[in-house]
Design a protein around this ligand. Structure first.
Ligand code: HEC
Ligand code: HEC
Ligand code: HEC
Ligand code: HEC
Length: 123
């Protein structure tokens, strides 16, 4: 009796460990260091973002803005940079999506620098 109970506990523990391991297999996309507190992929990969039932696509700006505020709020934060405001440029205003520059699972790349050579410190 005692043995089966122990075995059951072991099974439960190993079962949980196996599920834990499945949640983050090798090659799974990792989030940026500043987003480590976001433990659930679904915070960004919402049902609302899903394309043909697949949630793991590029999230919409609404996702980012839900936590960071809108373009105006972002532009306010970066208005005193030595370079032009990336969140409010004369060509695009607020017409670029956040993910045109900010990547989550790879290195971010400032879209402006396709044509310019601004020295931003993007994360
Ligand atoms: C659930 C809330 C949440 C969502 C959704 C979210 N962020 Fe964040 N983000 C944070 C928090 C919290 C931080 C760390 C504190 C800070 O720097 O504001 C952060 C930090 C950042 C930083 C670094 C800021 C700095 O100065 O270090 C960038 C850039 C950023 N987020 C961009 C994005 C983009 C782009 C998206 C959409 C793809 C996004 N975030 C979605 C909460 C969120
Ligand atoms: C054209 C490129 C571009 C787009 C589009 C863009 N960003 Fe940024 N963002 C930057 C750059 C560049 C910086 C860093 C500027 C620096 O410090 O040099 C930055 C900085 C930030 C920061 C840190 C601000 C701080 O406190 O200093 C956050 C948070 C952020 N962006 C979120 C967003 C969100 C949310 C969106 C969409 C609403 C967005 N960004 C759209 C280029 C962009
Ligand atoms: C803070 C928001 C955020 C979180 C949290 C997040 N992602 Fe993403 N994800 C993005 C963004 C932004 C993209 C667009 C491509 C990129 O930026 O790397 C993306 C793209 C993807 C893609 C599609 C890749 C492509 O290029 O089409 C997959 C798959 C993905 N994420 C998986 C995950 C998984 C799994 C988790 C949880 C471990 C996760 N994401 C957590 C923001 C997020
Ligand atoms: C597709 C190419 C392209 C992209 C992308 C681009 N620009 Fe420009 N930009 C130009 C051209 C062309 C001019 C006009 C010629 C010039 O003055 O260099 C210009 C001019 C400017 C000017 C006024 C001239 C100056 O250098 O003082 C600013 C400021 C500027 N861009 C900021 C930005 C910002 C910020 C972004 C990203 C949000 C951006 N640009 C993205 C091509 C681009």
């Amino acid at each position: 009796m005692k043995r089966t109970l122990l075995a059951a506990i072991f099974a439960a523990c190993f079962g949980a460990a196996a599920i834990g391991a499945q949640a983050a297999p090798a090659g799974m996309p990792t989030v940026k260091p500043y987003h480590q507190t976001i433990k659930d992929c679904a915070v960004c990969h919402t049902e609302e973002n899903a394309v043909a039932g697949n949630k793991f696509v590029v999230p919409s700006d609404k996702t980012c803005m839900g936590c960071h505020g809108d373009y105006k709020a972002m532009a306010e934060k970066t208005k005193n940079l030595p370079e032009p405001n990336p969140h409010w440029s004369n060509h695009y205003g607020s017409g670029l999506s956040c993910t045109a520059c900010h990547r989550e699972h790879s290195q971010s790349k400032v879209y402006c620098n396709e044509c310019h050579e601004f020295s931003y410190k993007i994360k």
